[in-house]
Design a protein around this ligand. Sequence first.
Ligand SMILES: [Zn+2]
Ligand SMILES: [Zn+2]
Ligand SMILES: [Zn+2]
Ligand SMILES: [Zn+2]
Length: 214
Amino acid sequence: MADRIEFVKNYSDLSTNKGFQFEFYCDRCGSGYRTRFKPSITGTVTGVLDTAGSLLGGLFSSAADVSERVRSASWEKSHDDAFEDACNELKPDFIQCPRCSSWVCRQKCWNKKKGLCKECAPDLGVEMAAAQASKSVEEIWAHAAMAEEDKKLGLENWRENVRASCPECEAPLASNAKFCPECGAKLKAAQFCPSCGAKVNPGSKFCAECGEKF
Ligand SMILES: [Zn+2]
Ligand SMILES: [Zn+2]
Ligand SMILES: [Zn+2]
Ligand SMILES: [Zn+2]
């Protein structure tokens, strides 16, 4: 059934006798998007028959079996149609990357500027922070081998931190920005504790030196 339609790799079929619903998952981050529940007309009719059958004991049970089989064919047909509709309904929330052919969610996994998925074209800020994180491990090892004075010098000159995401709203940052493009939070300007004057990392809630709350 899914083979006919070119779309995300994973989806869940949440359909029941009463109707049809599907959830599609982003190929990259796995976020799920659900279609609206679409009642099945054939399913409802059988529901009524099933109830009548059980109310009158075994008398109509064989009749219900027949309608069960009849329904199956028509249910299958409307199920297939519903699946196609579901794909069309949710396709606007996804986009196919021209490089890796993944279907990714536009919300989190699409790099609009580059026209590629974020797997193929990651956010610069995210990459820089990751590169810096692995670099800092190397530098910590390097520092460990240094003389005490050299260490201090090195730490003082330690370059400013690059953030991968906004400390306020957690939006991923596309570049080494000064302000969050989503919520406008200040990301970089050096801040100093009003109480002790120690340098404070942007976004921290307390002073690391004296514990002053900001
Ligand atoms: Zn995604
Ligand atoms: Zn891609
Ligand atoms: Zn923000
Ligand atoms: Zn302080």
